[in-house]
Write a protein of this length. Structure first.
Length: 315
């Protein structure tokens, strides 16, 4: 029986579409901020492992072509994105990307460069970086977008785009949410500017079936189990209902549709523990009484064969 189960698991895993993992980084060799920094020693280990094990570090252009055509991704694709355009990327991270010849997406926090804040890249440094990777917009003021009204979101985005066009002569094709925070309203406002790809910060992988306006990224920090993260696959899930009591701020119910061949998933809610949920004919329906104690919460689903999907909840 065990042998049959293992063979079945392998068979399902082998028929999953290929997926790419997109890793997001922030600071490099910055001991002042250990929770958001990675050492170049660790990053070199990551890059060396990828090179020695046949991984392809893809560009944003390559990913976009597959998303647009819905052509399945080749195996062993990885992408790197860097948020906030900290100076430590230019002084410590960029030389390593150049040494290995790996492309990247740099999401620029515009105000940091415009106002010449010392921790952020200058205009000249951004111009130099464009020779090796692609720039994305990370907003002008780095706000909590869900706290802004539509006009404020539009104004911030327009200001950022105008600055990039004026100073860098570039119109970015992608956007990365500040703090990874968004909801349906924010997504609609940002998408209206014509971005072809929008990045979140929900852990998960990307396949040709991913929504280009809701692309998952995996945080890569000093203590991230990188090789484990390379196993993540894209879980095609339709989140039909996430019910939250507005007074108690308790998660009450979820209803999700997945592939009917999936019989069981594991579910995690921020602040809680993983629990197993049954899947009936492709439907997940579960009742909770789980308090959401953070301003930013996630519900994560994963399968035994490493397919992941998650839902961000901003209170």
């Amino acid at each position: 029986m065990l042998a049959l189960f293992i063979w079945g698991a392998l068979l399902v895993a082998q028929t999953l579409p290929n997926a790419a993992q997109i890793f997001v980084l922030h600071r490099f060799d910055d001991t002042r901020h250990p929770t958001t920094s990675i050492s170049t020693v660790k990053l070199r280990e990551v890059f060396t492992y990828l090179r020695e094990n046949g991984y392809h570090v893809a560009s944003l252009q390559e990913l976009q072509e597959h998303l647009k055509s819905q052509k399945p991704l080749p195996p062993k694709w990885v992408l790197f994105s860097i948020d906030d355009s900290y100076k430590s990327f230019y002084t410590h991270g960029l030389p390593l990307f150049r040494e290995f010849g790996y492309p990247f997406i740099l999401a620029v926090y515009i105000e940091g460069s415009d106002q010449k804040y010392p921790d952020f890249m200058t205009i000249e440094e951004l111009k130099d970086t464009m020779h090796y990777g692609e720039l994305a917009l990370h907003s002008y003021t780095h706000p909590h977008l869900t706290r802004l009204d539509d006009a404020q979101i539009d104004a911030d985005t327009q200001k950022g785009l105008a600055w990039m066009q004026h100073h860098l002569a570039v119109t970015p094709r992608s956007y990365a949410y500040p703090y990874g925070e968004f909801d349906a309203r924010v997504q609609k406002r940002i998408a209206a500017f014509g971005f072809e790809i929008i990045f979140n910060q929900n852990s998960g992988a990307v396949s040709h079936e991913s929504n280009p306006l809701d692309i998952d990224r995996i945080a890569l920090m000093q203590d991230t189990p990188f090789k484990t993260k390379l196993r993540q696959r894209f879980l095609k899930a339709q989140w039909n209902l996430v019910e939250i009591d507005p007074k108690s701020q308790q998660l009450q119910r979820i209803e999700i549709s997945v592939d009917p061949t999936i019989k069981e998933v594991e579910c995690y809610v921020s602040g809680g523990k993983w629990e197993r949920l049954k899947v009936n004919a492709g439907k997940i329906s579960h009742t909770f009484n789980t308090p959401l104690s953070k301003g930013r919460n996630r519900i994560i689903l994963k399968t035994f064969d490493h397919q992941w999907s998650s839902k961000l909840i901003i209170l």
